[in-house]
Design a binder for this molecule. Structure first.
Ligand SMILES: *Cc1c(COP(=O)(O)O)cnc(C)c1O
Length: 436
């Protein structure tokens, strides 16, 4: 069966041949329609924003680093002109527009984009339990959640999740803080320091000698056995998606504050590293709701794990990169996913502009280049987006955007890095520098 999939696809497509050879490719979404986003299944972002507001006083109390944003978990939007210059020099070509990094590698609490979706879903679950038990009231301050009695109430419940690392970390940190038991099923790509950090805070880590899809499956099975277990389903969760989508509204405010205009003549390009698809999917969904056809969202994946690209290009449900005999081996642990979320593919297939792939070699080059230019450290996964302007030429021509490029804005989503230990950073950067 699997051999057949490969053969059929090869017969029909030069792009698949390149994917199978682990070459860097860019797939443009020919089926993109500019349907009003409301025509796509509704996701309630306004509710999510209000929910995060209700929890803000509690978050501010527990995590002092969020106090400057009054308990909101937010990251800055930073201009990166020196990186742009460095790229121009490296590629010997001119790039247009304003370049920014959306610094989710600095997100408070867990230092990755998962602090948006993961923490949000745990809060939503905690709120539901506490409201049902009448321990809190939506009209009163949620500071009641700080009391030890509520913590011991939550201790009867177990939150289970499958993760390549960062999602587990986000859920572990907030889950334990609230008092929940937390069990994280880790794929074999997960880095040791991420597992250790979780064990330190009292989460249970179950290590699988298998990839992400297996880790998720095991977690799902375990949760089914017990009604006091709550499974956070990275492959199917609307809650995670809502949490991620709120980022779009924050980005809108940040662009506005910098007097950056996005309209017909000022296109916005956003480049998002993609694993299973939840984070880039939720963010893009929110962005489309706000900026409509003026925003162009690209998903970036490792050449060894192009799960979403393969899913959207072939339009075969549940296809995995292993079906094309790819090995799903990458140093970009956050993106080491063989099979994209069907839920996300369904929500975003009609409007994303495209997907491209990047080699691990380039991830390390870009990591060193960005660090040298801007003194920003991001983990390897988070560099995938920074390749975008190199990959979208055909797209800008096809969409007649060339003349508008000098007035364009480019946002690279910096998805993780803050918690990476110093000795690992140094090793990676030294390695990348040798390749510049
Ligand atoms: C999880 C993750 C992503 C991608 O998010 P998905 O929801 O899996 O698509 C990107 N970068 C980093 C660092 C991550 O941890």
């Amino acid at each position: 069966m699997k051999k057949m999939i490969k053969k059929q696809l090869l017969d029909n497509s030069p792009l698949v041949r390149s994917i199978i050879e682990y070459q860097e490719v860019c797939w443009i979404n020919e089926g993109k329609s500019e349907l009003p986003i409301a025509a796509i299944k509704e996701v309630n972002i306004e509710e999510a924003i209000k929910r995060l507001q209700r929890f803000a006083p509690v978050i501010a109390e527990w995590f002092p680093e969020t106090r400057s944003d009054f308990g909101l978990i937010e990251s800055p939007l930073q201009k990166i002109p020196l990186f742009k210059q460095a790229m121009e020099k490296r590629e010997n070509q001119k790039f247009f527009g304003n370049w920014f990094v959306k610094s989710d590698h600095q997100l408070p609490i867990s230092g990755s984009v998962k602090a948006r979706g993961g923490i949000y879903e745990v809060l939503k679950f905690a709120e539901k339990l506490a409201l049902e038990k009448e321990l809190i009231d939506q009209k009163e301050s949620y500071r009641k959640l700080l009391s030890p009695s509520i913590k011991s109430f939550f201790a009867d419940f177990t939150i289970i999740v499958g993760s390549t690392g960062n999602l587990g970390l986000s859920i572990g940190i907030i889950g334990r803080k609230l008092g929940f038991q937390v069990v994280v099923h880790m794929s074999k790509d997960a880095k040791t320091w991420k597992k250790n950090k979780l064990k330190e805070i009292g989460a249970t880590v179950i290590e699988h000698d298998a990839d992400y899809s297996v880790a998720v499956e095991q977690g799902r099975k375990e949760a089914e056995k017990d009604s006091f277990c709550y499974f956070i389903d990275d492959e199917n969760s609307t809650h995670l998606f809502e949490g991620y989508a709120t980022a779009a509204y924050r980005l809108k405010e940040q662009l506005h504050a910098k007097q950056i205009i996005i309209d017909e003549n000022h296109p916005l390009f956003v480049y998002l590293p993609c694993g299973v698809g939840g984070a880039p999917g939720g963010i893009s969904y929110g962005l489309k709701k706000i900026f409509h056809e003026h925003v162009h969202c690209f998903f970036a994946e490792p050449t060894h794990s192009p799960a979403m690209l393969t899913r959207l290009y072939t339009n075969i449900k549940n296809i995995a990169v292993q079906d094309l005999q790819l090995d799903n081996q990458t140093e970009a642990d956050g993106l080491a996913v063989g099979k994209a979320s069907e839920f996300v593919a369904d929500h975003i297939g009609s409007f994303i502009s495209g997907c491209y792939t990047i080699s691990d070699h380039q991830l390390f080059c870009l990591q060193a280049l960005l660090f040298e230019a801007e003194k920003e450290y991001l983990e390897p996964s988070a560099l995938a987006g920074f390749y975008g302007p190199l990959m979208i030429k055909a797209y800008t021509e096809k969409e007649n955007l060339c003349e508008k490029m000098s007035q364009s804005t480019h946002v690279f989503w910096g998805t993780g890095g803050m918690l990476v230990p110093e000795e690992i950073r140094k090793k990676q950067l030294d390695f990348g520098k040798t390749m510049l």
